[in-house]
Design a protein around this ligand. Structure first.
Ligand SMILES: *[C@@H]1O[C@H](CO)[C@@H](O)[C@H](O)[C@H]1NC(C)=O
Ligand SMILES: *[C@@H]1O[C@H](CO)[C@@H](O)[C@H](O)[C@H]1NC(C)=O
Ligand SMILES: *[C@@H]1O[C@H](CO)[C@@H](O)[C@H](O)[C@H]1NC(C)=O
Ligand SMILES: *[C@@H]1O[C@H](CO)[C@@H](O)[C@H](O)[C@H]1NC(C)=O
Ligand SMILES: *[C@@H]1O[C@H](CO)[C@@H](O)[C@H](O)[C@H]1NC(C)=O
Ligand SMILES: *[C@@H]1O[C@H](CO)[C@@H](O)[C@H](O)[C@H]1NC(C)=O
Ligand SMILES: *[C@@H]1O[C@H](CO)[C@@H](O)[C@H](O)[C@H]1NC(C)=O
Length: 886
């Protein structure tokens, strides 16, 4: 739009307002940007597709190991297959005569697929990969990788010497319902902490301990337990019917942690999440403690108390170090580990998640402080689901810790039985709930995966959803940041299993699993194309490397645009509307300019320049989409006329004001004396309003007020007495059509006209034909004259008259008069209604004789007219030849 501003007319300079005016929202139509991101964009990312579903991922020294059903793959960094190992299918059954799970059954049908249950790397003794499957009782295979993945030496980790172990099967690591295995080196020994989710079938034999710690045999062909204290199993009554799911495990400092989803305990059937902590240096389960981990969100509701929602079931977690910014904001020490956990709300009394998630985070230091404080206060009890645990008070715990600390490196083995009595196996009964870090943003999504990586000074969280989307968001204080990436990776859910590839490098990436597919998502984002406006493009985190490509009008990375058209600091300015389009001279009109990219220039806000040269002060600047200034006018509104110039004192008359620039400025107000004339319509040249009432007949100035300036009409408006109606004639009408006598009348909306002296008004009664009413119909009528309502008057609708067909009216002389005779039925009303006219005159007199109407023809017609025109209402026009004239 073009706008001309006449600077010489600008008479005054402006008020500078500091306050923000949120009402502006309603003036500028904000672009439909519920999301800064175009959610339909997809990216073509490097990926690997396995023949079978993928369960586990592990990255080591640039090689990606993929554990899938019946397969173990070694992939290069760009996800090209280097090597594959077959791990199944196998034959299993009672008919198998093999002496151990490693030998396999020869010449038998392959009846069992081997699902990968655990994949772990051990580098202390050797460079070795352990892969444990669902077959062979969860016994693992060891891949010695000294010569690289192409030439691994494979051995089965089952020792025949263990066959009669009194501790069960030390080589059976992976349980069939899912397992979490952590290998930790402590004091020159690698310990394998194994936690197996409970199989919900009480008929299955129990080969796997629920939670245990073991080490590799020195012969490196199997595992062994230190003692009966090296494992715990669910209480016999709970086996097979106590859902206990190990979701995630990690090591931090001297501890190892497992995160579980299980029943709250006591009489409750509800599920919750717990943090389990053990000491990585303990060869037995000596120091074991659990604590609930609660993630909540408080929904703000107006007037009501805020409703607290508990996200009870953990879906995925990741322990990571955070970037410098977040570390500062959270007051964390450098290098401190933080647990990021994606929770869902479960169905009632079930661990099954619903599509409602939250993300809570806690530093490991805080977890340990909570454990310490609650144990110190005695908010503990013995474990209800594991038998043989004992309640210990904190003093015993502390004494134990001191002794342990003293003895640890010296005489561990001896010390252990000496102090075994003073170890602890407890559950903390209290918790400090954490709040959803994203304030309900993921309330309608099921998050299934989480990965956290520091990039430059930022901390980027990558979330996967059950719908196969990947969301990336920079975490900062209060979690108010918007995601900068949100795209569909696949139609299948994103698995909680993920791996990182060179995360500290600029081209680092995240490996995600969906079904049979492993995809490589760059940590700095898969691309910029989702950022569909220039502003969101340039405001995206710098590490994404996005810029606006002017040739394609898209957000891209530099290589996808010609360098001269790729901009990273200014968006092209676009103005959509300026309102008002004119403002009164001498007034102070707030002007709103709607558009995009106002002065979005990191170095030099361009529009500011425009404002200053137009003596216009910018006082609001929001979201870069609109702007507002207060400026002096450039138009001169004038009133040339008003109509009507008078009306009843009761008001309500529609007053039309004509002139020019009447619509300039932001607010127009018409006054008549002290009262306001309510605006009805407005344009540059015409304005209508409804006159206010006045107590008595009077004259008032008509004034137009616009943004502080006043314009007056050249004439005043006169209030008269309200109209008075002396009589209404006739009092009858016909059902079928209208009637044109001399009287005043209103039914609903129909036309009336004045006669010359303004004493009579002629109106046409409305037809009731369509209403199927039976005459006579008594009605009331009221006349609204310029907004003034009269009293009510009676009006009777009677049946339409019927004149005999083909019977022409006849005129017969009677004395020195002419009498017009009309034959008909039900024609009384014609007489009563005085609606019969002869050549546009009223009959001198009308009499009814039987079914004949006799009209005395007016004197002047008897001599003048040769032909008489007989008319009853509009619709009946009858002609007749006067006898008299013949
Ligand atoms: C990692 O791989 C490189 C070659 O890609 C190799 O030279 C190096 O020895 C490997 N390191 C380990 C610990 O295997
Ligand atoms: C193994 O898995 C394949 C699909 O991945 C399936 O078709 C087959 O029936 C499975 N075999 C057994 C024995 O379960
Ligand atoms: C990270 O933050 C520090 C301290 O504010 C600053 O000195 C450094 O330049 C920042 N690094 C990057 C890559 O922004
Ligand atoms: C212009 O907007 C400011 C901020 O809302 C307001 O205070 C001021 O009264 C407005 N001026 C006019 C003339 O409407
Ligand atoms: C307007 O109101 C003021 C005070 O309310 C009164 O003094 C004045 O006479 C009024 N003017 C008219 C024209 O009614
Ligand atoms: C018409 O006749 C009547 C009597 O029948 C008489 O009174 C009257 O004056 C006459 N009028 C004219 C205009 O001749
Ligand atoms: C009937 O008379 C009215 C005035 O009473 C006049 O305006 C109209 O033109 C006349 N109509 C005819 C057909 O002469």
């Amino acid at each position: 739009m073009k706008m001309r501003i006449n600077y010489s007319e600008a008479t005054s300079i402006l008020i500078i307002l500091q306050t923000l005016w949120w009402g502006l929202n309603s003036q500028c139509e904000e672009p439909i940007e519920s999301s800064k991101l175009d959610l339909s964009v997809t990216y073509d990312l490097p990926h690997f597709v396995s023949d079978t579903p993928v369960q586990k991922l592990l990255e080591f020294n640039g090689t990606v190991y993929v554990g899938a059903v019946n397969k173990l793959y070694a992939l290069s960094k760009d996800l090209k297959k280097i090597h594959e190992y077959n791990t199944g299918p196998v034959h299993e059954g009672h008919d198998c005569s093999a002496p151990d799970p490693c030998s396999g059954c020869k010449n038998k049908p392959l009846n069992k697929n081997n699902t990968n249950m655990a994949l772990l790397m051990e580098t202390f003794y050797d460079l070795e990969l352990f892969s444990c499957g669902s077959v062979g009782n969860g016994v693992c295979h060891r891949y010695l990788l000294e010569d690289g993945p192409l030439d691994a030496e494979i051995s089965c980790m089952y020792s025949k010497k263990n066959k009669d172990s009194s501790y069960g099967c030390p080589d059976c690591l992976a349980g069939p319902s899912g397992t979490q295995i952590l290998n930790v080196m402590s004091s020159g020994v690698v310990r394998f902490f194994v936690a197996n989710s409970e199989v919900l079938d009480s008929t299955v034999p129990r080969l796997h301990h629920t939670i245990s710690v073991r080490k590799m045999r020195e012969t490196q062909d199997g595992f062994e337990f230190f003692s009966k204290q090296s494992y715990m199993d669910l209480a016999p009554g709970l086996r097979g019917n106590y859902p206990l799911h190990y979701v995630y495990s990690f090591q931090s400092g001297p501890y190892i942690y497992f995160l579980t989803v299980q029943r709250e305990g006591g009489s409750s059937n509800a599920f919750h999440t717990r943090i389990v902590r053990m000491c990585s240096s303990d060869p037995e389960i000596l120091r074991y403690v659990e604590m609930p981990f609660e993630c909540i969100y408080s929904e703000r509701r107006r007037k009501k108390r805020s409703a607290q929602v508990v996200f009870n079931v953990l879906q995925a977690a990741h322990v990571a170090k955070v970037g410098y910014d977040f570390q500062q904001e959270m007051g964390l020490k450098e290098g401190e580990d933080v647990l990021f956990a994606a929770f869902a709300r479960s169905k009632p009394d079930s661990p099954e998640p619903t599509a409602s998630s939250a993300v809570c985070l806690i530093s490991i230091t805080d977890i340990n402080n909570f454990f310490r404080d609650f144990m110190q206060k005695g908010y503990t009890r013995k474990l209800s689901h594991f038998p043989g645990s004992e309640d210990k008070n904190f003093n015993q715990v502390r004494a134990f810790n001191q002794i342990m600390h003293f003895l640890q490196s010296v005489l561990a083995r001896v010390a252990i039985w000496f102090i075994r009595d003073t170890g602890y196996r407890l559950e903390v009964t209290s918790t400090n709930p954490r709040r959803d870090y994203f304030h309900g943003r993921f309330r309608n999504v099921l998050l299934t995966s989480i990965a956290v990586v520091p990039i430059q000074n930022h901390t980027v969280v990558s979330l996967g959803t059950a719908e196969g989307r990947v969301i990336q968001v920079v975490v900062s204080r209060f979690g108010k940041t918007e995601p900068h990436v949100d795209f569909r990776l696949d139609a299948l859910p994103v698995s909680s299993e993920m791996a990182l590839l060179s995360p500290q490098r600029h081209d680092g990436s995240l490996l995600l699993v969906t079904g049979n597919k492993v995809s490589k998502v760059p940590l700095r984002g898969p691309g910029c194309e989702q950022l569909w406006t220039c502003n969101s493009c340039l405001l995206a985190p710098a590490f994404m490397g996005c810029g606006w490509c002017k040739t394609s009008d898209r957000c891209t990375r530099a290589p996808r645009c010609s360098p001269s058209h790729w901009i990273q600091d200014t968006c092209p300015l676009l103005i959509t509307t300026i309102s008002p389009s004119s403002a009164p001279l001498g007034g102070h009109t707030n002007m709103t300019i709607c558009g995009k990219n106002f002065g979005f220039n990191k170095k030099d806000p361009c529009l500011l320049h425009w404002f200053t040269t137009t003596s216009c002060s910018l006082f609001l600047w929001r979201e870069m989409f609109m702007s507002l200034c207060c400026m002096s006018g450039w138009s001169n509104p004038v009133i040339t006329d008003i109509f009507p110039e008078f009306g009843p004192k009761s008001g309500g008359t529609v007053l039309t004001i004509t002139g020019s620039f009447l619509d300039s400025g932001n607010m127009q107000l018409v006054t008549m004396g002290n009262a306001t004339c309510a605006l009805q319509s407005i344009s540059a040249t015409m304005l209508t309003c409804r006159t206010p009432p006045q107590p008595s007949p009077s004259q008032h100035k008509v004034q137009l007020h616009i943004d502080g300036v006043i314009r007056e009409a050249p004439v005043s408006y006169t209030y008269n007495e309200n109209p008075h109606i002396s009589s209404v004639q006739p009092k009858h009408s016909f059902i079928r059509s209208a009637l044109p006598p001399t009287f005043t009348f209103t039914f609903s909306h129909f036309t009336c006209s004045h006669d010359e002296d303004k004493r009579n008004i002629l109106c046409i009664t409305p037809s009731l034909k369509g209403l199927s009413v039976q005459p006579p119909v008594a009605t009331k009528m009221t006349f609204v004259l310029d907004g003034f309502s009269t009293d009510q008057y009676d009006l009777l609708y009677v049946e339409d008259p019927k004149f005999e067909e083909f019977q022409k009216p006849t005129v017969t002389p009677r004395g020195n008069k002419s009498i017009l005779e009309i034959k008909g039925n039900k024609i009384e009303a014609v007489k009563n209604g005085e609606v019969l006219r002869v050549s546009n005159r009223t009959c001198e007199s009308v009499t009814l004789v039987g079914n004949t109407l006799e009209c005395t023809v007016p004197m002047e017609l008897q001599s003048a007219a040769k032909e008489l025109e007989v008319e009853v209402r509009d619709s009946f026009i009858l002609s007749s030849t006067s006898d008299h004239s013949m």
